[in-house]
Design a protein around this ligand. Structure first.
Ligand code: C2E
Ligand code: CA
Ligand code: CA
Length: 579
């Protein structure tokens, strides 16, 4: 009897343990993300667990109902899913399937696992079902992004570079040529800044989509490199004209404007650069760089053209790039020095003043001419700190000499257009004149007609303030720009410098003589002072004096000199230094 009791107690305890375990399993499954299908081989019993009801609007209570699950997924996935669900299938199995569940399309991942009993017989099977829609779409997006540019549908930069690398590898074995063209829309930033990014983006997108169609039609590989820049590559172009023809076709398209969604018509032009493997380079990145350098050249030559790779252009670019980086360092280290070239009155040959001219001492390379580095500094903005230094240095030097020699003369300082266009320019010059306590009328600013690219009124207003303060204004390089006489009489200036190119030919060329005489007469009529620069010979001086030119500057009277060397000139001009 006690034996029976014992047996009963044991059974009770086992039962309790079982239901505790069951409860525990239910809790775990319910809190898991996903649905489960559990099948017991022993009992031929099937149950659903976890978030089943959130996924499916049917239940499975009998092994025969499994077909409901297969029916729920898209037909093309049912075979794979049947394999996973097939009860006697051994081991582990997975399948992904797209299903319409409760009205929405989602992706499900099915994973099954069979657990075996002590004697190796299948005991239980669990199928775990999870919703992977989100992860999958992220992955798809990532894969798409890796290959394509989402804005235009063209290849992405990275994938294009990879393809180009592969083309080069093949071409190196088969002795083929690969042609790469870079396309850069002209004045895109004006559209983007002026009309907004939405318009800019739509243009990039429409132009890119057009290129994509073209690529498909012409068997060209194309990519959207960045902003308004695209690349096209042709593997084994049949003949030299392939890129040219492609370029012509794009040119033809852009004759028609792009129609934007706001109803606006937008017309664009583009600059192109072409480089070929193996001529320009044997690496994909370098080939693209070469095409880019040719685009720079196209832009510099006035835009809306195509430039083909050539070595001199590349070398010129590399030299400029090298100078540019050295120039940055020079600005940092103040590796500049001011030279001063004397100017004399033509009549009495007395010293009128000096023109301050910058010199760059570039280590081993020696002096680099400002004619070379000033244009570079104007392009990359380095002219701002350089110009600032020039103005301060010249005014400071003038204050020193003025005290030392006690005589009045003019210090002429060259001002670049970019420097002049700065809002703080006027204040900074006046500030320096005050700081060094010099007489404003002894300071002359040499400006060129290029400052007039800015709004005339703004240019005028600044000149007016400077002149009202007493500073002299000289118009440099006269005759080389657009030299419109109508603005000349409106500009508040004191002096006009006739460009050296006139002086060079004035003796030999009668036409130049006529123009030079006309300029000098006009200068007189307007009440300005005339300066001839680049006067190298006595005959030139005599002629210029005879036609009434006021001031002479040039090697004939003296080359630009260092501050130390110029002191000899000043000493003799103003007898001897004071003290
Ligand atoms: P620029 O303002 O027309 O200066 C006159 C240039 O002609 C100077 O060249 C001067 O050395 C040179 N020159 C003067 N007389 C003769 C001559 O008789 N024969 C010949 N062959 N040349 C003569 P430099 O010093 O090489 O300067 C070249 C240009 O660089 C200047 O032309 C000016 O545009 C620019 N520059 C020079 N210094 C500065 C500066 O401090 N600031 C700015 N913004 N530009 C400067
Ligand atoms: Ca000058
Ligand atoms: Ca000049």
């Amino acid at each position: 009897m006690s034996e029976l009791h014992y047996q009963l107690d044991l059974l009770k305890a086992m039962n309790q343990k079982l239901t505790e375990k069951e409860r525990m399993y239910h809790t775990v499954f319910d809190s898991a993300v996903g649905a489960f299908l559990y099948y017991s081989f022993e009992r031929n019993q099937i149950v659903t667990l976890g978030q089943w009801s959130e996924f499916f609007d049917f239940d499975i209570r009998d092994p025969r109902d499994i077909s409901k699950l297969v029916d729920a997924v898209d037909d093309s996935y049912s075979m794979a899913l049947r394999d996973v669900l097939y009860l006697e299938k051994t081991g582990q199995n997975t399948a992904t399937a797209e299903c319409m569940l409760k009205g929405t399309k989602i992706w499900l991942l099915f994973r099954s696992k069979i657990y075996y009993g002590d004697y190796g017989q299948p005991a239980d099977k669990v199928v775990y079902i999870s919703n992977i829609t989100k992860i999958r779409s992220q992955n798809e997006e990532l894969t798409y992004m890796a290959y394509y540019d989402s804005m235009t549908g063209l290849f992405s930069r990275n994938y294009f570079v990879r393809l180009l690398g592969e083309y080069i590898r093949t071409a190196s074995e088969t002795n083929n040529v690969i042609s790469v063209m870079m396309i850069d829309l002209d004045d895109f930033h004006k559209i983007n800044d002026g009309q907004g990014m939405v318009v800019g983006d739509e243009l990039i997108q429409q132009f890119g989509s057009y290129l994509k169609e073209l690529c498909e039609k012409r068997d060209v590989t194309g990519c959207h490199l960045h902003t308004d820049v695209y690349l096209l590559a042709i593997y084994d172009p049949s003949g030299e004209r392939t890129m040219e023809n492609l370029h012509r076709e794009i040119q033809q398209r852009i004759r028609k404007p792009f129609k934007l969604s706001n109803g606006q018509d937008l017309q664009v032009t583009f600059s192109a650069g072409v480089a070929e493997y193996p001529e320009a380079s044997k690496s994909a990145i370098e080939l693209i760089n070469c095409a880019e350098i040719m685009v720079f050249k196209s832009k510099a030559m006035g835009k809306n053209i195509i430039q083909y790779f050539n070595t001199p252009v590349l070398q010129e670019f590399l030299r400029t790039a090298e100078l540019e980086s050295k120039l940055k360092e020079a600005v940092f280290r103040h590796s500049f020095e001011m030279y001063y070239q004397p100017q004399y009155f033509a009549g009495n040959r007395k010293l009128r003043g000096v023109e301050a001219l910058i010199r760059w001492k570039n280590g081993n390379e020696g002096m680099i001419s400002p004619a070379i580095f000033i244009p570079i500094a104007e392009k990359n903005g380095a002219i701002i700190p350089i110009g600032q230094w020039v103005v301060e240095q010249s005014i400071k030097q003038h204050a020193y000499w003025r005290k030392r020699y006690g005589a009045s003369y003019i210090m002429s300082i060259n001002i670049s257009a970019l420097q002049y266009s700065r809002e703080d320019f006027v204040d900074s010059v006046i500030g320096l004149i005050k700081k060094y306590d010099v007489t404003p009328s002894e300071i002359e600013l040499e400006i060129t007609e290029t400052i007039l690219i800015e709004d005339f009124q703004a240019v005028y207003d600044k000149l007016k303030i400077l002149r009202d303060f007493g500073i002299r204004i000289s118009l440099d390089d006269f005759g080389t720009g657009f030299s419109s006489l109508s603005y000349l009489k409106k500009l508040p200036i004191d002096t006009l410098k006739i460009d050296k190119s006139f002086i060079d030919t004035v003796l030999a060329d009668p036409a130049t003589r006529v123009i030079t005489e006309a300029i000098i007469n006009m200068v007189k009529a307007l009440g300005f002072e005339s300066v001839a620069e680049g006067v190298e010979e006595e005959k030139q001086y005599e002629y210029l004096h005879s036609i009434g030119c006021d001031v002479i500057q040039g090697y004939y009277f003296g080359k630009p000199l260092s501050a130390e060397e110029l002191e000899t000139v000043l000493s003799s001009a103003f007898s001897s230094p004071l003290g």
